[in-house]
Design a protein around this ligand. Structure first.
Ligand code: H2B
Length: 96
Protein backbone atom coordinates (compact mmCIF):
# COMPACT_ATOMS: atom_id res chain seq x y z
CA UNK A 1 0.00 0.00 0.00
CA UNK A 2 1.50 3.39 -0.87
CA UNK A 3 1.58 6.17 1.73
CA UNK A 4 -0.44 9.29 1.08
CA UNK A 5 -1.07 12.31 3.27
CA UNK A 6 -4.76 12.81 3.99
CA UNK A 7 -6.45 16.21 3.90
CA UNK A 8 -8.58 17.45 6.82
CA UNK A 9 -11.86 16.30 5.26
CA UNK A 10 -10.47 12.82 4.67
CA UNK A 11 -9.17 12.65 8.24
CA UNK A 12 -12.51 13.79 9.70
CA UNK A 13 -14.38 11.19 7.62
CA UNK A 14 -12.04 8.45 8.80
CA UNK A 15 -12.20 9.49 12.48
CA UNK A 16 -16.02 9.53 12.35
CA UNK A 17 -15.90 5.77 11.66
CA UNK A 18 -13.35 5.01 14.38
CA UNK A 19 -15.00 4.92 17.82
CA UNK A 20 -13.01 6.67 20.54
CA UNK A 21 -10.42 8.07 18.13
CA UNK A 22 -9.66 11.79 17.77
CA UNK A 23 -7.01 14.00 16.27
CA UNK A 24 -4.75 15.26 19.06
CA UNK A 25 -1.55 17.26 18.46
CA UNK A 26 -1.74 16.38 14.76
CA UNK A 27 -1.88 12.64 15.39
CA UNK A 28 -4.61 10.00 15.43
CA UNK A 29 -5.08 9.26 19.11
CA UNK A 30 -6.93 6.78 21.32
CA UNK A 31 -6.49 5.30 24.76
CA UNK A 32 -7.54 1.65 24.97
CA UNK A 33 -8.49 0.12 28.31
CA UNK A 34 -8.43 -3.66 28.63
CA UNK A 35 -9.62 -5.93 31.42
CA UNK A 36 -6.12 -7.12 32.31
CA UNK A 37 -2.45 -6.49 31.54
CA UNK A 38 -2.33 -9.83 29.70
CA UNK A 39 -5.13 -8.72 27.37
CA UNK A 40 -3.40 -5.40 26.70
CA UNK A 41 -0.13 -7.13 25.96
CA UNK A 42 -1.76 -9.80 23.77
CA UNK A 43 -3.46 -7.10 21.72
CA UNK A 44 -0.18 -5.19 21.37
CA UNK A 45 1.53 -8.31 20.04
CA UNK A 46 -1.22 -8.94 17.48
CA UNK A 47 -1.19 -5.29 16.38
CA UNK A 48 2.61 -5.33 16.31
CA UNK A 49 2.71 -8.29 13.94
CA UNK A 50 0.36 -6.47 11.56
CA UNK A 51 2.27 -3.17 11.92
CA UNK A 52 5.49 -4.88 10.98
CA UNK A 53 3.83 -6.59 8.00
CA UNK A 54 2.74 -3.22 6.57
CA UNK A 55 5.97 -1.55 7.77
CA UNK A 56 4.04 1.11 9.67
CA UNK A 57 4.62 1.39 13.39
CA UNK A 58 2.60 2.99 16.19
CA UNK A 59 3.78 5.36 18.90
CA UNK A 60 2.28 3.82 22.01
CA UNK A 61 2.73 3.39 25.73
CA UNK A 62 1.38 0.73 28.04
CA UNK A 63 0.63 1.10 31.74
CA UNK A 64 -0.97 -2.03 33.24
CA UNK A 65 -4.27 -2.46 31.35
CA UNK A 66 -4.13 0.78 29.34
CA UNK A 67 -2.48 1.41 25.99
CA UNK A 68 -2.23 4.98 24.71
CA UNK A 69 -1.76 5.17 20.96
CA UNK A 70 -0.67 7.97 18.60
CA UNK A 71 -0.49 7.36 14.88
CA UNK A 72 1.40 9.57 12.47
CA UNK A 73 3.59 9.04 9.42
CA UNK A 74 7.19 9.99 10.04
CA UNK A 75 8.17 9.63 6.38
CA UNK A 76 5.56 12.23 5.35
CA UNK A 77 6.66 15.06 7.65
CA UNK A 78 4.62 13.61 10.52
CA UNK A 79 1.34 13.98 8.65
CA UNK A 80 -1.62 11.63 9.08
CA UNK A 81 -1.77 9.21 6.15
CA UNK A 82 -3.89 6.37 4.80
CA UNK A 83 -1.55 3.97 6.64
CA UNK A 84 -2.40 5.55 10.00
CA UNK A 85 -6.10 5.05 9.27
CA UNK A 86 -5.45 1.48 8.12
CA UNK A 87 -3.56 0.71 11.33
CA UNK A 88 -6.27 2.32 13.50
CA UNK A 89 -8.90 0.18 11.74
CA UNK A 90 -6.86 -2.96 12.41
CA UNK A 91 -6.48 -1.96 16.10
CA UNK A 92 -10.28 -1.72 16.34
CA UNK A 93 -10.73 -5.09 14.62
CA UNK A 94 -8.28 -6.77 16.98
CA UNK A 95 -9.54 -5.19 20.21
CA UNK A 96 -11.38 -7.78 22.38
N1 H2B B 1 6.10 3.99 10.91
C1 H2B B 1 5.46 5.17 10.93
N2 H2B B 1 4.51 5.40 11.84
N3 H2B B 1 5.76 6.12 10.04
C2 H2B B 1 6.69 5.95 9.10
O1 H2B B 1 6.92 6.85 8.31
C3 H2B B 1 7.37 4.70 9.06
C4 H2B B 1 7.05 3.72 10.02
N4 H2B B 1 8.27 4.44 8.16
N5 H2B B 1 7.72 2.56 10.04
C5 H2B B 1 8.86 3.16 7.96
C6 H2B B 1 8.86 2.31 9.22
C7 H2B B 1 10.26 3.37 7.39
O2 H2B B 1 11.09 3.97 8.35
C8 H2B B 1 10.87 2.10 6.86
C9 H2B B 1 12.29 2.33 6.41
O3 H2B B 1 10.09 1.65 5.78
Amino acid sequence: MNKQKLNNAEIEMAVAKLPGWAVQDGKLHKQYKFRTFAQALGWMVSVGVYADKIDHHPEWTNVYNKVTVSLVTHDLDNAISNLDVDLAQKMEELAP
